[in-house]
Design a protein around this ligand. Structure first.
Ligand code: 13P
Ligand code: SF4
Length: 361
């Protein structure tokens, strides 16, 4: 049964608990036709209405097996694109705020990548495999699919990079320099064998000889949120709380990951803290909504943000309960709002690169 109408008829004036009640009513009405997926960085109210919450890999896997006709993706644009690629043409994926992008994904464009690839291929003999972090536009996944490469996430980057190294190939890793570096380094590629590819410079800013000598090319992209964490933050916490443990996301700079006790995807961070003993102390180097939720959910442990600054992903934060209400309300009236649809020719090769990732995960 529908709840009684709220006296304020403009949903923008409704208090949040009313919006959340309406979302619950609409979910009950739409039933199995709708599945709500949410990334760990979403605000608590969104996590509360989601059917599944996870990291990029877990959410891509959930989309790939979903049977609902509509998936409402509470995350950022590349995640909704990935879900669209992995679902059937009869299913639709909706992003409640189409402006929710990812600034790291925007640091690699198809044109810049084609230019880099062309120049690299002209000077470097032998096989080069492109690997794109899932935080990239569908057009980049399409590029990777066309060149025999694979997509990776923060939780499976190791398997994907190992797969490429085992083929005796050089690796062109984009757009996140930091994830590429730590992953290759932990697979025994020395730092001297990696070069940062400056996307604005001819040959990435290197001589042909340096390009020929390198084994791993790291696109100079980064996450503005994780770039905030510094080795000094770790030193400060260790001084204040000598028995604190530090866990960070692999989008953090190399020096931060080196000084931390653990690193891993958002899902790994969640599981590590869940499974830690009562009384343990944690400084967490990732987005603040997730860190605050972990602190609330584990009052028997000390969970703090590694950074004294507000490490907020402004894009993830764009999705509000009202945005989800609007999308569901329109659906209940037979209208589709916020659809993300990857054009067929791009989706085909991008799907190949994603399926390679899923099979190697
Ligand atoms: P995860 O896949 O670890 O959730 O990371 C996604 C992301 O965008 C982190 O900034
Ligand atoms: Fe993109 Fe960084 Fe936000 Fe993750 S935290 S979605 S990488 S901007």
């Amino acid at each position: 049964m529908d709840a009684a109408p709220h006296p304020a008829s403009d949903p923008r004036d409704w208090p949040e608990d009313v919006v959340l009640e309406r979302i619950a009513d609409l979910k009950a009405r739409l039933g199995r036709d709708v599945l709500i997926l949410a990334h760990h960085y979403q605000r608590d109210a969104i996590v509360g209405v989601a059917d599944h919450v996870g990291d990029s890999l877990k959410l891509a896997q959930a989309a790939a097996v979903a049977t609902a006709r509509t998936i409402v993706f509470c995350g950022v644009h590349f995640m909704a694109e990935t879900a669209d690629i992995l679902t059937s043409p009869e299913q639709s994926v909706l992003l409640p705020e189409l402006r929710a992008g990812c600034s790291m994904a925007d640091m690699a464009t198809p044109d810049a990548l084609e230019w880099a690839w062309e120049r690299l291929s002209a000077v470097s003999p032998g096989k080069v495999l492109p690997i794109t972090y899932i935080n990239s536009a569908a057009s980049l996944k399409d590029f990777v699919g066309r060149h025999g490469g694979a997509v990776c996430t923060s939780s499976n980057a190791r398997s994907i990079v190992r797969w490429a190294l085992e083929q005796d190939a050089k690796i062109f890793f984009f757009p996140d320099e930091h994830l590429g570096r730590i992953t290759a380094y932990e697979l025994d590629v020395p730092l001297e064998d990696m070069v940062v590819w400056d996307r604005d410079k001819e040959l990435g800013g290197h001589t042909p000889a340096a390009v020929r000598a390198a084994r791993v090319f790291l696109w100079n992209g980064f996450c503005v949120v994780h770039q905030m964490f510094e080795p000094e933050d770790i030193a400060d916490w260790r001084q204040k709380e000598p028995d604190i443990q530090v866990i960070v996301h692999p989008e953090c700079p190399f020096a931060v990951i080196q000084d931390a006790d653990f690193h891993g995807s958002t899902e790994k961070i969640v599981r590590t803290i869940e499974n830690a003993p009562a009384g343990s102390k944690w400084a967490v180097g990732t987005e603040i909504n997730l860190v605050a939720r972990l602190a609330d959910r584990h009052p028997d442990k000390m969970v703090v943000s590694l950074s004294p600054h507000q490490a907020l992903c402004a894009n993830m934060y764009k999705i509000k309960p009202l945005s989800v209400f609007r999308v569901l309300d329109a659906l209940a009236e037979g209208r589709v709002l916020g659809r993300v649809q990857v054009p067929g020719p791009v989706a085909g090769q991008a799907r190949e690169a994603l399926e390679r990732m899923l099979s190697l995960s």
